[in-house]
Write a protein that binds this ligand. Structure first.
Ligand code: ZN
Length: 354
């Protein structure tokens, strides 16, 4: 091997130093003139540094040439790209400065965020019931089977407990299917009189369609005291429906729930079709807004409340369904799409009342 051959190691160091010097010179060039000066110095055709390194490539030993050539080409590509990129940036900047900007263009409106329609519904419901003496109670989303079903008088083989309907995490640990466990937890902690609203997310094994979702908000109410009767239930809920839905007609239908006896579903006239029938109300002209009933004595008993002394009523509803009614939304899936173009038609700015 001839002694005047450049060693590969020296060559690689040279190419590395070249890149270290060229990078800041090109990247930080403040004007097209500075950039051009840097280009001539590093990338110039005749006396540029890269040219002289290319010449050195020729004096590498034959077996070192492939490795040296590869390193040379990689650096060359990177540095040339940097030069091009900086050239474009400087050109863009100069165009922006010289071409007159349109100062009459309206400014972009600032989107400051707003409350989701379902949150608005929950807050409105809570406000009406607050005036009726109800306070908010919250509970865990992961529950035991006992709080979710057993304490609520579900028989052990009730179909709702099936894994087809309920999301189990472990044997008897599940994602709550309703906010009713909050009623039990409240009755266990506080002596009557009790008036609570329990809003929160609940989970069921449903597929998305126009009126179902696997996770949705629910809001329940519970009133337990001495001498509470079905008259109280009907008065309170009718009062609520009048205030919330305006002059809409309402009706109660007998129903069945394990945790209430007697039970009733409350319907309001479909706000979308005004009673004429549409897909949302399944052509009936009515929309079910809540289930309700007198708290079953067995439920009071399992929460440690004396059913001989106290009675109570409870209701539960889905704020998402109510949001569909309230804002004339034809499909519940829109509420979960996070499309702000839709949501901002309904949303009010957070904290604002406008
Ligand atoms: Zn309808």
């Amino acid at each position: 091997m001839a002694t005047d051959d450049t060693s590969l190691e020296t060559f690689l160091r040279r190419i590395e130093e070249f890149e270290q010097d060229a990078t800041p010179a090109l990247r930080d060039a403040a004007t097209p003139e500075e950039l051009e000066a840097a280009r001539i110095r590093f990338l110039g055709d005749r006396s540029g540094l890269l040219k002289s390194i290319q010449r050195e490539l020729g004096s590498l030993a034959k077996e070192d040439k492939p490795a040296g050539g590869r390193a040379f080409n990689q650096v060359k590509t990177r540095v040339e790209a940097l030069h091009e990129e900086r050239g474009r940036a400087l050109a863009d900047a100069s165009r922006g400065a010289s071409s007159g900007r349109d100062l009459t263009m309206p400014p972009r409106r600032q989107w400051s965020g707003a409350k989701h329609p379902v949150t608005l519904v929950i807050e409105e419901i809570a406000e009406i019931f607050r005036e009726l003496g109800f306070t908010i109670a919250l509970g865990p989303q992961v529950e035991t089977e006992w709080y979710n079903f057993g304490a609520l008088n579900f028989p052990p083989d009730h179909p709702a407990m099936d894994a087809h309907d309920t999301l189990y995490l472990r044997d008897d640990i599940l994602l709550r299917t309703h906010t009713s466990p909050v009623q039990i937890r409240t009755l266990q902690r506080f002596p009557p009189p009790i008036r609570i609203l329990a809003p929160g997310d609940v989970f069921r094994r449903d597929f998305f369609d126009a009126s179902h979702a696997p996770m949705f908000a629910q809001i329940e109410g519970l009133c337990v005291d001495e001498g509470i009767s079905f008259v109280d239930l009907k008065t309170m809920l009718t009062n609520f429906a009048r205030r919330f839905f305006g002059a809409a007609r309402t009706r109660f239908r007998p129903s069945y729930f394990p945790f209430t006896e007697p039970s009733a579903e409350m319907d309001v006239e479909c706000q979308l079709c005004k009673g004429a029938g549409c897909p949302v109300c399944k052509q009936t002209g009515w929309t079910e807004i809540l289930g309700s009933g007198m708290v079953h004595p067995a439920v009071l008993e399992s929460a440690g409340v004396d059913p001989e002394k106290y009675t109570g009523w409870a209701f539960g509803m889905g704020p998402a369904r109510i949001a569909l009614q309230r804002y004339d939304i034809p499909d519940i899936r829109i509420l979960y799409d996070s499309d702000v173009r839709f949501l901002e038609q309904i949303a009010r700015p957070a904290g604002g009342d406008a």
